[in-house]
Design a binder for this molecule. Structure first.
Ligand SMILES: [Fe+2]
Length: 389
């Protein structure tokens, strides 16, 4: 028996955000960050909600890779305001904080770290609306949220069906202000999150279909949106692709792009998409040694390889395509390129390995890495060397 989970409603396309006025609820709480305040997005959403007769309050202190302390600050405000509608407005961090705060508000006895599939958590009464303004995490449709434990820097990978928003609103107009480096970073997150579900051990017919289309859209439209932020066709396709990838991986899970990505992201304070994007070519090389058929099929399905290419050739062509897009978007292909010195790398090496091993994302990778593999992979990712083991 298997499940396919998604929000009951996804509203997308031009003016999608107008739907917010029709959502049931009398007290709306918006979770967002300072960028959304500066760009006027918060005011625009507030206006719409007020026009619909709702009381509105907000928290605008979300930080990237949100620490647990920020979640707790937001939770205090939510406890005072007592909303029946909570809206995550912004990048994945804003949506993740909204999701976690909603669960902690409705279930005060559940510790944050216990939001796992193994904990029985009753459904929430509140309506959670996600309005992503970057095209990357797919958090608007997934059952996951990532919060950084302040004391250790560890990324808590919180996963539970209760975290799936009730409504996802994909309005491309809200993404056009994203600067190129954010488009690049978020887009690489989406690409890793579209390739992984096609290859992980929990892949299935539903996630496969979504993964293939998400990869196709990302290969075609990510470089276009990066080069011309006002290319609204590319913006819209990219925005849809990130959510389609989210639907795919949320129903299949992720692989080593995210165990390695989270480890270096936490230690070196790298943007999430830059870190997981950096791992993607290595994860393809590593995975194809045992599962070339999966990567080969994906490469042919998305047009990165020719139909007559054998699996190994096709998989390597997919890797080449990914690297080409990363080069176009001026993203680092190795830790050295990112600016990590040998000294810093050696000093943090044991922590990198430990944090990687702590992540649940290794277990479902098509090729589950051993401790020795993890150690070797880190050296290759540092040097920028093709995986040959
Ligand atoms: Fe991600």
């Amino acid at each position: 028996m298997w499940f396919f989970r998604s929000p009951p409603l996804i509203v997308f396309g031009e003016d999608a955000v107008d739907y917010i006025e029709e959502i049931v609820g009398t007290r709306a709480f918006i979770v967002t960050d300072k960028t959304m305040v500066k760009l006027g997005a918060l005011d625009r959403i507030k206006e719409k909600l007020k026009r619909a007769g709702k009381e509105v309050s907000h928290f605008d202190g979300v930080l990237p890779e949100p620490p647990d302390t920020i979640v707790n600050q937001c939770l205090e405000l939510v406890r005072t305001f007592k909303p029946d509608l909570i809206i995550g407005l912004g990048g994945g961090s804003c949506i993740d904080v909204a999701k976690v705060v909603m669960v902690l508000f409705e279930h005060p006895d559940i510790p944050m770290d216990d939001i796992t599939p193994l904990t029985p958590i009753p459904p929430v009464k509140m309506t959670l609306v996600a309005i992503p303004t970057t095209s990357g995490t797919g958090s608007d449709v997934t059952w996951a949220a990532v919060v950084t434990e302040s004391k250790s820097g560890r990324k808590m990978e919180l996963i539970h069906p209760v975290l799936i928003p009730s409504v996802s609103i994909l309005d491309p107009d809200y993404t056009k202000t994203a600067p190129s480096e954010i488009t690049a970073s978020a887009g690489m997150d989406a690409l890793a999150q579209a390739v992984d579900p096609f290859t992980v051990q929990w892949r299935n017919d539903f996630s496969d279909a979504l993964a293939i289309h998400a990869v196709k859209l990302l290969l075609a439209y990510l470089p276009r949106a990066y080069k011309d932020p006002n290319d609204m066709e590319a913006r819209e396709k990219l925005h849809n692709a990130a959510t389609i990838a989210g639907l795919s991986w949320s129903n299949a899970q992720l692989g080593i792009t995210h165990s390695f990505g989270h480890a270096m992201g936490g230690l070196y304070k790298m943007p999430h998409g830059v870190s997981v994007g950096m791992v993607l070519p290595y994860s393809i090389e590593y995975g194809l040694k045992t599962n070339a058929d999966l990567y080969g099929r994906l490469a042919r399905e998305v047009g990165a390889a020719d139909t007559e290419d054998d699996d190994d050739t096709a998989a390597l062509k997919l890797r080449d395509t990914v690297q080409k897009i990363m080069r176009i978007m001026k993203l680092p292909l190795s830790l050295k390129e990112y600016g990590i010195t040998s000294e810093k790398f050696e000093k943090t090496f044991d922590d990198l390995v430990r944090l990687t091993e702590e992540s649940a994302a290794n277990i479902l990778n098509c090729r589950e890495p051993t401790n020795e593999d993890i150690r070797n992979l880190w050296r290759y990712i540092f040097e920028g060397k093709s995986v040959d083991f």
